[in-house]
Design a protein around this ligand. Structure first.
Ligand SMILES: [Zn+2]
Length: 216
Protein backbone atom coordinates (compact mmCIF):
# COMPACT_ATOMS: atom_id res chain seq x y z
CA UNK A 1 0.00 0.00 0.00
CA UNK A 2 1.40 3.41 -0.92
CA UNK A 3 1.58 6.22 1.63
CA UNK A 4 -0.38 8.64 -0.57
CA UNK A 5 -3.54 6.58 -0.31
CA UNK A 6 -3.43 6.36 3.49
CA UNK A 7 -6.54 7.77 5.09
CA UNK A 8 -6.65 9.53 8.47
CA UNK A 9 -8.94 6.75 9.68
CA UNK A 10 -6.22 4.16 9.08
CA UNK A 11 -3.81 6.21 11.18
CA UNK A 12 -6.42 6.50 13.95
CA UNK A 13 -6.92 10.19 13.27
CA UNK A 14 -10.06 12.20 12.65
CA UNK A 15 -10.53 15.77 11.47
CA UNK A 16 -12.84 18.01 13.48
CA UNK A 17 -15.37 19.45 10.99
CA UNK A 18 -15.79 22.64 13.04
CA UNK A 19 -12.26 23.80 13.85
CA UNK A 20 -10.30 21.44 11.51
CA UNK A 21 -8.04 20.12 14.22
CA UNK A 22 -6.69 16.61 13.68
CA UNK A 23 -7.74 14.49 16.65
CA UNK A 24 -6.36 11.15 17.80
CA UNK A 25 -8.98 8.41 17.92
CA UNK A 26 -8.30 6.44 21.08
CA UNK A 27 -11.38 4.22 21.20
CA UNK A 28 -10.63 2.38 17.99
CA UNK A 29 -12.91 -0.56 18.68
CA UNK A 30 -16.02 1.53 18.92
CA UNK A 31 -16.16 3.63 15.77
CA UNK A 32 -19.90 4.35 16.07
CA UNK A 33 -19.13 6.56 19.09
CA UNK A 34 -18.70 10.27 18.65
CA UNK A 35 -15.32 11.90 19.27
CA UNK A 36 -14.82 15.02 21.39
CA UNK A 37 -12.48 17.53 19.78
CA UNK A 38 -9.56 18.43 22.07
CA UNK A 39 -9.54 22.05 20.86
CA UNK A 40 -13.17 23.15 20.45
CA UNK A 41 -14.83 20.36 22.50
CA UNK A 42 -17.35 19.84 19.67
CA UNK A 43 -18.60 16.30 19.14
CA UNK A 44 -18.21 14.65 15.74
CA UNK A 45 -17.92 11.24 14.09
CA UNK A 46 -14.96 9.76 12.27
CA UNK A 47 -17.54 8.66 9.68
CA UNK A 48 -21.16 9.78 9.69
CA UNK A 49 -23.04 6.79 11.16
CA UNK A 50 -25.36 4.97 8.72
CA UNK A 51 -24.47 7.57 6.10
CA UNK A 52 -25.53 5.53 3.05
CA UNK A 53 -28.86 4.48 4.59
CA UNK A 54 -29.76 8.08 5.53
CA UNK A 55 -28.72 9.36 2.10
CA UNK A 56 -30.85 6.71 0.37
CA UNK A 57 -33.88 7.44 2.56
CA UNK A 58 -33.76 11.25 2.17
CA UNK A 59 -33.03 10.93 -1.54
CA UNK A 60 -36.06 8.66 -2.03
CA UNK A 61 -38.47 11.02 -0.23
CA UNK A 62 -37.02 13.85 -2.36
CA UNK A 63 -37.84 11.85 -5.48
CA UNK A 64 -41.37 11.12 -4.18
CA UNK A 65 -41.97 14.83 -3.42
CA UNK A 66 -40.74 15.67 -6.93
CA UNK A 67 -43.77 13.86 -8.46
CA UNK A 68 -46.55 16.11 -7.02
CA UNK A 69 -44.20 19.06 -7.57
CA UNK A 70 -44.59 18.41 -11.30
CA UNK A 71 -48.22 17.22 -11.37
CA UNK A 72 -49.84 20.03 -9.36
CA UNK A 73 -49.95 23.60 -10.67
CA UNK A 74 -46.99 25.69 -9.52
CA UNK A 75 -48.82 28.93 -10.28
CA UNK A 76 -52.30 30.01 -11.27
CA UNK A 77 -52.66 33.03 -13.56
CA UNK A 78 -55.98 34.82 -13.11
CA UNK A 79 -57.12 36.81 -16.13
CA UNK A 80 -60.42 38.68 -15.69
CA UNK A 81 -61.24 36.41 -12.80
CA UNK A 82 -60.67 33.16 -14.70
CA UNK A 83 -57.86 31.01 -13.29
CA UNK A 84 -55.37 29.31 -15.59
CA UNK A 85 -53.27 26.80 -13.63
CA UNK A 86 -49.88 25.78 -14.99
CA UNK A 87 -47.48 23.09 -13.89
CA UNK A 88 -43.69 23.54 -14.02
CA UNK A 89 -43.48 22.09 -17.54
CA UNK A 90 -46.56 23.83 -18.97
CA UNK A 91 -45.32 27.07 -17.38
CA UNK A 92 -42.00 26.65 -19.18
CA UNK A 93 -43.98 26.07 -22.41
CA UNK A 94 -45.91 29.29 -21.85
CA UNK A 95 -42.72 31.28 -21.35
CA UNK A 96 -41.29 29.79 -24.56
CA UNK A 97 -44.53 30.70 -26.44
CA UNK A 98 -44.21 34.27 -25.25
CA UNK A 99 -40.58 34.39 -26.36
CA UNK A 100 -39.26 34.73 -22.80
CA UNK A 101 -36.43 32.27 -23.42
CA UNK A 102 -34.07 33.35 -20.58
CA UNK A 103 -36.81 32.87 -17.95
CA UNK A 104 -37.79 29.53 -19.53
CA UNK A 105 -34.14 28.43 -19.45
CA UNK A 106 -33.68 29.48 -15.79
CA UNK A 107 -36.84 27.67 -14.67
CA UNK A 108 -36.03 24.54 -16.71
CA UNK A 109 -32.49 24.38 -15.31
CA UNK A 110 -33.43 25.18 -11.71
CA UNK A 111 -36.59 23.11 -11.45
CA UNK A 112 -35.99 20.09 -13.70
CA UNK A 113 -32.28 19.60 -14.49
CA UNK A 114 -30.71 20.50 -11.11
CA UNK A 115 -33.03 18.47 -8.83
CA UNK A 116 -32.97 15.41 -11.11
CA UNK A 117 -29.20 15.61 -11.58
CA UNK A 118 -28.79 15.80 -7.83
CA UNK A 119 -31.13 12.89 -7.04
CA UNK A 120 -29.66 10.61 -9.74
CA UNK A 121 -26.12 11.70 -8.79
CA UNK A 122 -26.64 10.84 -5.11
CA UNK A 123 -28.07 7.41 -6.00
CA UNK A 124 -24.99 6.82 -8.15
CA UNK A 125 -22.61 7.90 -5.35
CA UNK A 126 -24.34 5.65 -2.79
CA UNK A 127 -24.15 2.74 -5.25
CA UNK A 128 -20.45 3.33 -5.95
CA UNK A 129 -19.59 3.77 -2.25
CA UNK A 130 -21.50 0.60 -1.35
CA UNK A 131 -20.36 -1.73 -4.14
CA UNK A 132 -17.09 -0.11 -5.21
CA UNK A 133 -17.98 -0.77 -8.85
CA UNK A 134 -15.80 1.43 -11.12
CA UNK A 135 -14.95 3.57 -8.11
CA UNK A 136 -12.81 6.68 -8.67
CA UNK A 137 -12.69 8.40 -5.26
CA UNK A 138 -10.91 11.50 -6.61
CA UNK A 139 -13.48 12.05 -9.36
CA UNK A 140 -16.45 11.01 -7.27
CA UNK A 141 -15.46 13.32 -4.40
CA UNK A 142 -15.33 16.25 -6.84
CA UNK A 143 -18.69 15.18 -8.26
CA UNK A 144 -20.14 15.08 -4.74
CA UNK A 145 -18.90 18.57 -3.88
CA UNK A 146 -20.32 19.88 -7.18
CA UNK A 147 -23.72 18.37 -6.30
CA UNK A 148 -23.54 19.83 -2.81
CA UNK A 149 -22.79 23.28 -4.28
CA UNK A 150 -25.57 23.01 -6.87
CA UNK A 151 -28.34 22.06 -4.44
CA UNK A 152 -29.48 25.41 -2.98
CA UNK A 153 -29.60 26.95 -6.49
CA UNK A 154 -32.82 25.00 -7.13
CA UNK A 155 -34.48 27.48 -4.80
CA UNK A 156 -33.99 29.99 -7.62
CA UNK A 157 -37.18 28.55 -9.09
CA UNK A 158 -39.16 29.32 -5.94
CA UNK A 159 -37.78 32.86 -6.00
CA UNK A 160 -38.77 33.29 -9.67
CA UNK A 161 -42.37 32.29 -8.82
CA UNK A 162 -42.36 34.54 -5.73
CA UNK A 163 -41.02 37.44 -7.83
CA UNK A 164 -43.55 36.81 -10.58
CA UNK A 165 -46.39 36.76 -8.05
CA UNK A 166 -45.17 40.02 -6.53
CA UNK A 167 -44.71 41.76 -9.91
CA UNK A 168 -47.96 40.62 -11.53
CA UNK A 169 -49.95 41.25 -8.33
CA UNK A 170 -49.37 44.95 -9.01
CA UNK A 171 -51.54 44.68 -12.12
CA UNK A 172 -55.31 45.12 -11.91
CA UNK A 173 -56.74 42.75 -14.53
CA UNK A 174 -54.23 39.91 -14.28
CA UNK A 175 -53.03 38.32 -11.06
CA UNK A 176 -50.87 35.34 -10.21
CA UNK A 177 -51.10 33.00 -7.23
CA UNK A 178 -48.61 30.30 -6.23
CA UNK A 179 -49.99 26.77 -6.60
CA UNK A 180 -49.63 23.77 -4.24
CA UNK A 181 -46.68 22.39 -6.28
CA UNK A 182 -44.45 25.10 -4.84
CA UNK A 183 -44.67 23.41 -1.40
CA UNK A 184 -43.70 19.98 -2.79
CA UNK A 185 -40.94 21.56 -4.84
CA UNK A 186 -39.53 23.28 -1.75
CA UNK A 187 -39.66 19.91 0.06
CA UNK A 188 -37.75 18.26 -2.82
CA UNK A 189 -35.01 20.89 -2.55
CA UNK A 190 -34.81 20.61 1.25
CA UNK A 191 -34.78 16.77 1.19
CA UNK A 192 -32.02 16.61 -1.45
CA UNK A 193 -29.97 19.07 0.63
CA UNK A 194 -30.35 16.83 3.70
CA UNK A 195 -29.56 13.75 1.55
CA UNK A 196 -26.36 15.34 0.23
CA UNK A 197 -25.44 16.36 3.76
CA UNK A 198 -25.99 12.81 5.05
CA UNK A 199 -23.55 11.38 2.51
CA UNK A 200 -20.02 10.99 3.84
CA UNK A 201 -17.64 11.28 0.83
CA UNK A 202 -14.84 9.72 2.90
CA UNK A 203 -16.66 6.38 2.52
CA UNK A 204 -15.48 6.43 -1.11
CA UNK A 205 -11.87 6.37 0.08
CA UNK A 206 -12.62 3.66 2.67
CA UNK A 207 -14.05 1.46 -0.07
CA UNK A 208 -10.98 2.03 -2.24
CA UNK A 209 -8.66 1.07 0.64
CA UNK A 210 -10.74 -2.01 1.34
CA UNK A 211 -10.63 -3.05 -2.31
CA UNK A 212 -6.85 -2.55 -2.52
CA UNK A 213 -6.29 -4.47 0.69
CA UNK A 214 -8.39 -7.41 -0.44
CA UNK A 215 -6.97 -7.16 -3.94
CA UNK A 216 -10.22 -7.26 -5.85
ZN1 LIG B 1 -12.70 21.07 16.88
Amino acid sequence: MSLSTNTAKESNLALCPKCHRLNKVTDDANQQNSIRCVRCHGRFYQRKPNSLQYTLAWNTVALIAFIPANLYPIMIIYSLGIGDPSTILSGIGQFVDQGLYPIAAIIFTASIIVPLLKIVGLYLLVYRAYTGVRLRPDKHSKFYHALEFLGPWSMLDVFVVALLVAVVELGFVTSVAAGPAINYFTLTVIFTMIAANSFDPRLLWDKKELKEKNGY
